[in-house]
Design a binder for this molecule. Structure first.
Ligand code: GLC
Ligand code: CA
Length: 584
């Protein structure tokens, strides 16, 4: 790794062959159904992505992470997979996939696929077979079936709640028509959990990982990586006992929860790592694991997945001391395992950061919830009560301008941090959460399972605006599968391209500079004497200053190469970040 800010830029081929490409990559998440629709059926597709490779190249990202594109009835936005080794016909074919991978690679962009190992969909061949087969059969052993409690098995095996609301158990009708066993689903009932104690399940996933690796997938994002391993030995604990044993809202610290973050899950990842390392460069993996911070390192270890998401900044208020603490702790933790840290502000599960930062400050603002109602306290989500940021924000409380200013400032800070930065489609346009979706158009299961409590995640999944007009703002030739608001016109790519100061041009500039300036994964804090201003230096004389306060702040000497908003008389205004390169 070079230590100088003036290193010669590497060629695409050099970057692509580098086994460490992921360590400081800018990874752009595509939610395929909402990115670009090539055939006008209202659903984004693979050919749509291929057509936008020049856009991705111009944006300056290193990798694309593709949310699930597998055949699916979309009970949970594609995270209910019918067939792990195929492409949803609504999105295209395997040939389309190969073309997309080739186009990305030719543009010097890596491809990360989303793998959903905790559960399949209820339309998966194996699950259909399990339902058609008798109790105790090998087919049932691939999932988690149990007899019910009560005289006739009419009560669920335990009182646990699923993440989307309602019980984790669903009763089936046996092939002979009688009420039968119950199966476990941590998420929606259309998402039956696999039995990871079954070698056949393990084998099948190895086959899937090999299938996509052979097709040129460079890395994997592991969905619910802290699920999978389960201890359902009797007596199963009551949910009240589990809640009492949890470490605040941060989950269990000892791996003793019956289905979250158990130690055995790492045996699976050790096996996967061996497979990943058979490839050159080795396939990478990043864990989606909403676990207590003390337990995150194991997911990120080199013998395991190699990297794990940290959602700490995403859950924090826009506040200097919180940011500093989170950054410091995560860099230390990453160093201990040899991983690099990850950073993220927005994804397909949370209220967009341009909205979160525009809400009045208060307990629940960081969670994107209505200030009057903190979902995390009323309804624990999964294990930790805050892994799911599903609620919407009332539009009238939102300061749109402030939200975007802060979002841009936070993003510029993130892009200067050592480690990988994960960006979510549309944030480069400054999109905020869409709150105007009528109930009748909503799709997310969390909306239907929690009537009146959650509005679900559709607001961050609305198809992108590419042009200021047209039936779906250039997303496709017709209406989009989720309604787009009028205000999308102003945020369209066409309106921002080449426009000085637009959010798109700001992202492009920052990403290009990032790849030029990035060197060793070191960061040094510079004391500013102002608790609302953060300043850190990276090797090569690259300084980042963020003003979280209200008063303009004087920047260090050097050239301001990019700022998240205009400077005022040479000073850094409130809610703004700047990169300063020290003059040689
Ligand atoms: C992950 C995904 C989320 C999905 C859930 C169940 O957390 O990010 O979108 O609903 O897993 O698969
Ligand atoms: Ca389409």
């Amino acid at each position: 790794m070079s230590t100088s800010a003036t290193q010669a830029p590497r060629t695409d081929a050099e970057r692509m062959a580098d086994p460490n490409w992921w360590r400081q990559a800018a990874v752009y998440q595509i939610y395929p159904r909402s990115f670009a629709d090539s055939n006008g059926d209202g659903i984004g597709d693979i050919q749509g992505i291929t057509a936008k490779v020049p856009y991705l190249k111009e944006l300056g990202i290193d990798a694309v992470w593709l949310s699930p594109f597998y055949p699916s009835a979309l009970a949970d936005g594609g995270y209910d997979v019918d067939d792990y080794r195929n492409v949803d016909p609504k999105l295209g074919t395997l040939e389309d996939f190969d073309e997309m991978a080739a186009a990305l690679h030719a543009a010097g962009i890596k491809l990360v696929a989303d793998i959903v190992p905790n559960h399949s969909s209820d339309r998966h061949e194996w699950f259909k077979e399990a339902l058609a087969s008798p109790k105790g059969s090998a087919a049932r052993e691939r999932y988690i079936f149990r007899d019910g409690k009560g005289e006739n098995g009419e009560l669920p095996p335990s009182d646990w709640d699923s993440v989307f609301g309602g019980p984790v158990w669903e009763r089936i009708t046996e092939p002979d028509g009688t009420p039968g066993q119950w199966y476990m689903h941590i998420f929606a009932k259309e998402q039956p959990d696999f039995n990871w104690d079954n070698p056949e399940v393990r084998e099948d996933f190895l086959k899937t990982l090999r299938f996509w690796s052979d097709r040129g997938v460079d890395g994997f994002r592991i969905d619910v990586a802290h699920g999978m391993a389960k201890d359902l030995s009797e007596p199963m604990p009551m949910k009240a006992d589990l809640a009492a044993r949890a470490h605040g809202t941060d989950g269990f610290v000892d791996g003793s929860h019956p289905f979250w973050d158990r130690d055995e899950v790492h045996e699976v990842y050790a096996e996967w790592r061996k497979l990943f390392n058979e490839y050159n460069p080795p396939r990478t993996a990043v864990a989606e694991a909403w676990v207590h911070e003390s337990r995150r390192a194991r997911y990120a270890s080199p013998e395991g997945l190699g990297q794990a998401f940290n959602f700490d900044l995403l859950q924090a208020d826009f506040d200097a001391p919180s940011f500093r603490k989170i950054i410091t702790e995560n860099l230390i933790a990453a160093k201990e395992t040899g991983a690099s840290s990850t950073w993220v502000f927005s994804n397909h599960d949370v209220v967009r950061h341009a909205t979160r930062y525009g809400l009045p400050k208060g307990g629940s603002v960081a969670q994107g919830t209505n200030a009057a109602q903190d979902i995390s306290s009323t309804k624990p989500k999964g294990q930790d009560g805050k892994g799911w940021l599903l609620a919407g924000a009332p539009a009238e409380e939102l300061d749109v301008e402030l939200g975007l200013r802060r979002a841009r400032a936070a993003t510029l800070l993130m892009l200067a941090l050592p480690g990988s930065a994960y960006l979510y489609q549309g944030e480069e346009l400054g999109l905020r959460e869409v709150t105007e979706i009528p109930d009748s158009e909503r799709q997310d299961p969390s909306f239907f399972r929690n009537p009146g409590v959650e509005i679900g995640r559709d607001g961050c999944r609305v198809p992108l605006p590419w042009t200021a007009d047209g039936p779906s703002f250039g997303f496709g030739q017709d209406r989009a599968h989720l309604p787009q608001p009028e205000w999308f016109a102003r945020y369209a790519v066409s309106e921002q391209e080449g426009v000085e100061g637009s959010t798109l041009e700001f992202y492009r500039r920052a990403l290009r500079l990032r790849s030029e300036l990035q060197a060793d994964e070191e960061l040094e804090w510079v004391e500013t004497g102002n608790q609302d201003v953060l300043h850190f230096s990276r090797p090569g004389g690259w300084d980042t200053v963020t003003n979280f306060g209200t008063e303009p702040f004087e920047l260090p000497a050097g050239t301001v190469v990019v700022s998240s908003g205009p400077l005022e008389d040479g000073l850094l205004p409130a809610d703004t970040s700047a990169w300063v390169v020290r003059d040689a």
